[in-house]
Write a new protein. Sequence first.
Length: 251
Amino acid sequence: MRSAYTTILLMEGSFFHGHTVSMDTQQTEPDAYASYRRTLRQEIARSRRLGVFTNIEYAWESLDSFIDIYAETMLRNGASQYYHFDHEYFERLKKATRDNAFLILARLDRRIIAGCVILAYDRMLHVHLGGTRTEFLKLSPFKIIFDDLRIWARDHGHFVVHLGGGRGSDDRDSLFFFKSEFSKGRHEFYTGHWILDSEAYRQLCQSRDPDALDPDIEMVESGFFPAYRAPYSKRHSQSGYTKHVRDINNS
């Protein structure tokens, strides 16, 4: 029986993962605001009246606070362990991107209530990772973040703010719907899967084979590519930890 890892050796080519959303910053302010859903405009105005505002940190001075917020968000959303990035990850990201990334933070008084890492390239901004304090969700701080980011991008010569897509490839996902409130701009999202050294890839996959590591693990995403980086986790059952390795080949 082939494992989920070795079966993925057969998965090469380009794969469609749904749509993403972007905002065109070249629109006039009235046109841009008119493209927002009516309820979105009302919620932005409400949050501003309640005192929510944003600031940008090029030096990531509030990184520790942002990481706390991000971790809280991942726990609240039940994200797989793969997405629980630690402090070292963000430090490496900051170092690798140098002047091409920054934090945008939403605040109420002096307290940081939400934030996001923004990547910049060739006059385009991309929303990377973000989160919101649970107690401030009703203030919709991320709506202020996206609106202010669009304005900042326009004023600093960036043509597009790419908000990304939803969870998975489902355009009916709540996260995708939230982003679509800001713009009708859509893009098809594909990834390319190619293996240039089959033997090296096979060895890496086998080194991460669940049976070779721990009999009590679950592979989180059976279609993950490259397979040797696939996230996995443990699950608890009444009889203890139970193995839940999915074989995408079902053979």
